[in-house]
Design a protein around this ligand. Structure first.
Ligand SMILES: *Cc1c(COP(=O)(O)O)cnc(C)c1O
Length: 411
C-alpha cells in the first residue's frame, strides 16, 4: 500500500513541480476540475486589468492598431497551434466551440456534396450532436446523423460518409481515440475528419498536421485556462483552406474588412473563418495563460497526467474497495485522456459532499464522478488528499446530508 510519504517523494521528483506556483488557487482547495474550467494563471489578472485601464481606458479605439487587438485571433491561434501540432496560420481563436463546429461542419459538407451521412458516436458530448442536428434541420433534413458505438466507428466509415465528427477524449469516461488511425480510415473512404479537442489540447501532445487531420475545434477555458467563456479556436489544414466557403461570412473574414465593399470576398487562409469582431478581453486572458503552458514540455505533462490518474485509481482500489466505486476510465495509457471517472449510484451527493469539504471535481449524468488533472498545477499530494477526504466522507456517510441531493443548474 502506498503511504503519504511515498506520495511526497513523487512530488519532490516531479520535473513540473515548479509550475504549481504559476497558478492562483484558494488555500485549502484540491482542484480536480481543470477539465471543466482551468485554474487562474498568475499574470492573467494583471493583463486584463492593464487592457481595461491602460489600453481601452487610454488608447480607446486606437487600441485596435496600437495595442495589436486586431491581430489577437491569429496570434492566440498560433500559440494554440504549438500545443496541437498545427503550423502557424492553420489555427485561429474565435467564437465558441459550438459555433466553430457549426462553421467547419457546414464547410466540410460543402466539400463532399454527393455524400449525405455525418458519422459520430453515442458517447460524443451531446452539445456537438445538438449542433449537428441543428445543421441538418437547416438543410431540410438532407443529411443523416449516424451514431454508433465507439468500437464500431471505424467499420461504419463508408462511401456515404461526408464527415466523421468525433471528440478525441470521451468527456465521461476519459477514453481516448486513436486520432491518426481513424483519420486515415476516414480518408481511405473519402470522408473528412473533424475532431473536437476540448479535452485534449493542453493536457497532452496533439499532432494535427502529422495525423493529416482535416478540421478541428476546441475550447479555451478547459486545459488552456483562458477563463470562463474564453474564446474557442478552430483548425483548418493548409491544403483545405482555400476551398472553405465560410457560412458565417462576416466582415472580419473578408479580404478587406475596411474597404466596405458591398460583396463578400473571403480573406486568404485561416482568417476567413473569423466571422465578427474579436473578443479582445477574453483573448488577452487566454493569450497570457497560454504562455505558461508553452513553457512546459507536453510529453512531460502527459506523463504526469497519466501518473496522477494511476495514483488516483490505485488509491481508490486500495482504500475504497468496499464502497461501490466502479472505475470507467481505461487503465491503458495509450487510450486515456487527463481524467479519471467512477460510476456510483450516489455519485451526485458524494461529489457535492466532496466539494463542500474542499475537493472540487464534477458530476456527469447519470452517475459519473469525474476528476480531471491539470498536470502543471495538480500535485500528487492533491490526489492523496482527495482520496483521503473521499474515504472519510464514505465512512461517515456525510453524503447523506439532504442538501447534497438537490440538483444545481450547473453540475
Ligand atoms: C466543453 C465542450 C464543448 C463546449 O462548447 P461551448 O460552445 O464552449 O459551450 C464542446 N464540445 C466538447 C466535447 C466539450 O467538452
Amino acid at each position: 500500500m502506498l503511504t503519504s510519504s511515498d506520495v511526497q517523494i513523487l512530488d519532490e521528483r516531479d520535473p513540473l513541480s515548479c509550475f504549481h506556483d504559476k497558478f492562483e488557487l484558494p488555500a485549502g482547495v484540491v482542484y480536480l476540475d481543470g477539465n471543466s474550467l482551468g485554474p487562474l494563471v498568475r499574470g492573467v489578472a494583471e493583463r486584463v486589468r492593464g487592457l481595461v485601464e491602460d489600453e481601452w481606458g487610454k488608447r480607446l479605439v486606437r487600441g485596435w492598431m496600437d495595442c495589436g487587438w486586431i491581430d489577437l485571433p491569429r496570434i492566440v491561434g498560433d500559440k494554440i497551434g504549438r500545443l496541437i501540432g498545427a503550423a502557424p496560420g492553420t489555427v485561429v481563436a474565435a467564437d465558441t466551440t459550438s459555433v466553430n463546429l457549426y462553421k467547419l461542419l457546414s464547410a466540410s459538407l460543402a466539400l463532399r456534396p454527393e455524400r449525405r451521412v455525418i458519422l459520430s458516436d453515442f458517447g460524443n458530448f451531446p452539445n456537438d450532436l445538438y449542433i449537428i442536428q441543428g445543421l441538418i434541420a437547416q438543410t431540410g433534413g438532407a443529411y443523416e446523423l449516424k451514431l454508433v458505438d465507439r468500437e464500431d466507428v471505424s467499420a461504419s466509415l463508408d462511401e456515404n460518409v461526408a464527415a466523421l465528427v468525433l471528440t478525441e477524449v470521451d468527456y465521461r469516461t476519459g477514453y481516448r481515440y486513436n486520432m491518426r488511425e481513424l483519420t486515415d480510415k476516414a480518408h481511405a473512404m473519402g470522408a473528412l475528419a473533424l475532431w473536437d479537442l476540448c479535452h485534449s489540447a493542453g493536457a497532452f501532445p496533439v499532432d494535427l498536421d502529422n495525423a493529416d487531420v482535416d478540421l478541428a475545434v476546441g475550447c479555451g477555458y478547459k486545459y488552456l485556462s483562458g477563463g470562463p467563456g474564453a474564446p474557442a479556436y478552430l483548425y483548418v489544414a493548409r491544403r483545405l483552406q482555400d476551398s472553405i466557403k465560410p457560412v458565417i461570412s462576416g466582415w472580419m473574414g473578408h479580404e478587406q474588412p475596411f474597404a466596405f465593399d458591398l460583396d463578400y470576398r473571403p480573406a486568404n487562409g485561416i482568417l476567413r473563418n473569423v466571422a465578427g469582431t474579436p473578443h479582445v478581453l477574453g483573448l488577452a486572458a487566454l493569450d497570457t495563460a497560454l504562455d505558461v503552458l508553452l513553457e512546459a514540455d507536453l510529453a512531460q505533462v502527459q506523463e504526469k497526467s497519466l501518473q496522477l490518474g494511476d495514483l488516483f485509481m490505485n488509491l481508490v482500489e486500495d482504500q475504497l474497495g468496499n464502497f461501490g466505486f466502479i472505475p470507467v476510465t481505461p487503465r491503458e495509457w495509450a487510450i486515456r485522456g487527463s481524467q479519471v471517472s467512477f460510476r456510483h449510484p450516489q455519485g451526485y451527493a458524494i461529489m457535492k459532499a466532496l466539494i463542500a469539504e474542499g475537493v472540487i471535481g464534477d458530476f456527469r449524468a447519470p452517475d459519473v464522478m469525474r476528476f480531471g488533472f491539470t498536470p502543471l498545477c495538480t500535485r500528487y499530494q492533491d490526489v492523496w488528499r482527495a482520496v483521503t477526504i473521499l474515504k472519510s466522507i464514505m465512512e461517515r456517510e456525510a453524503w447523506r446530508d439532504p442538501s447534497y441531493s438537490r440538483r444545481d443548474k450547473v453540475t
